[in-house]
Write a protein that binds this ligand. Structure first.
Ligand code: SF4
Length: 393
């Protein structure tokens, strides 16, 4: 079918909640599994894609993101089933960005070759660090060498659009070890690098191990195994300067790319494009309503494997106009290019100044944003102090 006849675009997110084992800092919806559990889940997932997807025949898919969890740790036949079901259910734009998250050590050339044949054109590797001691502390299953082997396989299979996730603020990490990680990754000239600071989340082994230290450190009472606030700020500045000096463009707080290789899927979230999330816990934004799927995997499988499934959400929120505008501002200021005043007008039928003049003037006065007439953008300081910007909206 001619995709030009479709006007509306939508993004798809597919959640694979399986990992080889749980990392020490992870609070994502993911857990180890066996092949039977994977098979049941993927059957239910494909049933959900068909069931909910039938309402979107007048949309064209602009991006697909298979995330998790560790999608690359599941049997490749499951990825084949998912991609075939998506292709049968949706009209996928020929130029669509199709990403799969991979963890080093869980891909082979054969696997990557199949991904490529399925139309997957972007790989996102969870590298986190190239320092084996840091990887061990994080509880990752891989070491630096296995990343090199996986990357080599990806390059051999012709993947050009590759992203690496890196973490900083790790226990025991120093500017020197962070520099080494950045150097080890940047030398491959990958198209995209995401850099996140470690957050100690509740219900993780890290929380139990480091929380007391963390609190004391926030109160300035302890120089502990975790970097201090001051060191964290230094690391944040260091990452930005290091990557910018090596030709990377920071297009969002945590994301850097070569020009033209920004992650379209993520940009869509920040620009409030509509998206459907499939799988447990997955979120959707459709027609100004936010949905979150249930997180109970047994309930999810039971629902979608019966003859008459229903859409089961743990959350369904119809956004008011105020909430839509507020989201537009908060998400928009995550991006270096900021907010288009024309987009605001086109979305809400009123000028941005008529709604947010006071807040904009205040943030300009604080040096956190600038207004060039067409775009209102965060300054570098504003990017780092997102919470202050967000508070205004
Ligand atoms: S690989 Fe990612 S999703 Fe899986 S346990 Fe580790 S951090 Fe969590």
């Amino acid at each position: 079918m001619d995709t030009n006849t479709y006007k509306k675009e939508i993004e798809l997110y597919i959640h694979i909640p399986f990992c080889v084992r749980k990392c020490n800092y992870c609070d994502f919806l993911s857990f180890p599994s066996n092949d039977d559990a994977q098979l049941e889940y993927v059957k239910a997932l494909c049933a959900e894609i068909v069931y909910r997807g039938k309402n979107f025949s007048d949309y064209t898919v602009s991006s697909i993101y298979i995330g998790g969890g560790t999608p690359s740790c599941v049997n490749t036949r499951h990825i084949i089933s998912i991609m075939e079901t998506l292709a049968d259910t949706f009209t996928i734009n020929k130029e669509a960005e199709i990403t799969i998250e991979c963890n080093p050590g869980t891909v082979t050339r054969e696997k990557l070759n199949i991904y490529k044949s399925l139309g997957i054109n972007r790989l996102s590797f969870g590298v986190q660090s190239t320092n084996n001691d840091e990887l061990k502390i994080l509880g990752r299953i891989h070491d630096y060498k296995s990343f090199l082997v996986s990357l080599d396989s990806a390059l051999h299979e012709g993947f050009d659009n590759i992203s690496a996730d890196i973490m900083y603020g790790l226990p025991g990490q120093t500017i020197e070890t962070l520099r080494k990680t950045l150097k080890d990754i940047a030398k491959f000239n990958l198209k995209h690098i995401s850099v996140y600071s470690l957050i100690i989340e509740e219900n993780t082994p890290f929380y139990d191990r480091y929380y007391d230290d963390y609190i004391l450190q926030c109160q300035g009472k302890l120089t502990s195994f975790l970097p201090s606030e001051e060191q964290l700020c230094e690391m944040t500045d260091f990452v930005g300067a290091y990557l910018r000096n090596r030709g990377y463009f920071q297009y969002e707080i945590s994301n850097y790319s070569k020009r033209g290789y920004e992650c379209l899927h993520n940009l869509g979230y920040w620009k409030r494009k509509e998206y459907i999330g499939f799988g447990i816990g997955a979120a959707s934004l459709i027609d100004e309503t936010r949905y979150a799927n249930i997180t109970d995997i047994d309930k999810y499988i039971k629902n979608y494997l019966r003859t008459n499934p229903i859409s089961e959400y743990s959350e369904r929120v119809n956004l008011t106009l105020d909430e839509q505008m507020s989201e537009f501002m908060m998400l928009g200021f995550r991006m270096v290019n900021g907010i288009s005043t024309a987009d605001f007008y086109n979305s809400f039928g009123r000028t941005i100044e008529s709604v947010y003049k006071e807040q904009i003037d205040k943030l300009i006065g604080q040096g956190l944003i600038i207004n060039d007439g067409n775009f209102i953008k965060p300054t570098y300081r504003g990017l780092e102090l997102q919470n202050i910007i967000a508070r205004e909206f």
